[in-house]
Design a protein around this ligand. Structure first.
Ligand code: ATP
Ligand code: MG
Length: 244
């Protein structure tokens, strides 16, 4: 048990969740390394949602609300940390959830499918190997997608995503929103909108903002998108790191 008054309580609790997911068998060894990389960047950002992060989140939510077929792409790490929040966000945005694993195995997919079902989310996509298509015909495990999900999506929300996969999505004209604590990662640079924030803070804030934005007209939502530059936002995130 981690004592509540431990100065690094939140961070340690997140580690516990990641460890548990690994023990259950749906998070690959490398997922633990990826989490550690995230921790380091979160530390440098002051473990808070910056104004910059919030700006990216507002623009991301507006983009998702205007989308025709928005997909939330989930993996082992993100599921371990925010499964309930993903499900709530998907409902509010009318988005679908698709499982997408860097180290895809039948076992991991089966465990995750069951996990989503046990949390009340039934039709999670990307679980049937035989039905997966290849984006742009690129026959690589990096390019798989389900037909009604990522394959035909106009907007895809990814978190802790690999740079190669983000590139394939962008090259296929998907509007890619990435949640990534590292403003220097290839994914962060490649995405159309990068939210430089911890997923455990970003998704709950997205839920809150989506509830507010649901009542706004398209003109307002479009203005939130037009006022956003990913390049500038990433540069500002680096400035924040320098000053923190
Ligand atoms: P790339 O291939 O994009 O250059 P990478 O190989 O460093 O990046 P991956 O392992 O593919 O990165 O993806 C993990 C990314 O997710 C890292 O950039 C890491 O900082 C980030 N990350 C880890 N944990 C979190 C978290 N809780 N919230 C948001 N981002 C996170
Ligand atoms: Mg990578």
């Amino acid at each position: 048990m981690i004592p509540r008054n431990h100065p690094r309580y939140t961070s340690l609790m997140l580690r516990e969740k990641i460890k548990k997911a690994h023990d259950k068998g749906y998070l690959a060894d490398s997922g633990m390394i990826a989490h550690g990389r995230g921790e380091a960047f979160d530390y440098l950002l002051g473990e808070r949602t910056t104004d910059n992060g919030r700006k990216a989140i507002e623009s991301a939510v507006a983009t998702l609300l205007l989308a025709k077929n928005p997909i939330i792409s989930v993996n082992g790490n993100s599921t371990a940390l925010v499964i309930n929040e993903f499900i709530e966000l998907a409902k509010i945005l009318n988005a679908k959830i698709e499982i997408n694993l860097f180290y895809r195995t039948k076992e991991r997919i089966a465990i995750m499918k069951e996990l989503y079902e046990s949390h009340g989310y039934i039709n999670v996509l990307g679980t049937d190997d035989k039905k997966l298509l290849y984006i742009d015909g690129i026959e690589s495990p990096r390019a798989t997608a389900s037909e009604n999900g990522i394959y035909s999506a106009d907007v895809v929300l990814v978190s802790l995503e690999d740079g190669d996969r983000a590139e394939i999505l962008v090259n296929n004209n998907k509007n890619v929103i990435a949640i990534d604590l590292n403003p220097l990662s290839r994914t962060a640079k490649m995405a159309n909108i990068t939210i430089v924030d911890n997923i455990v803070r970003a998704i709950p804030l997205m839920i809150e903002i989506a509830k507010k934005y649901k009542n706004k007209d398209n003109k307002y939502l479009k203005s939130m998108i037009n006022n956003f530059s990913n390049k500038i936002n990433l540069e500002e995130s680096l400035e924040i790191i320098k000053k923190t």
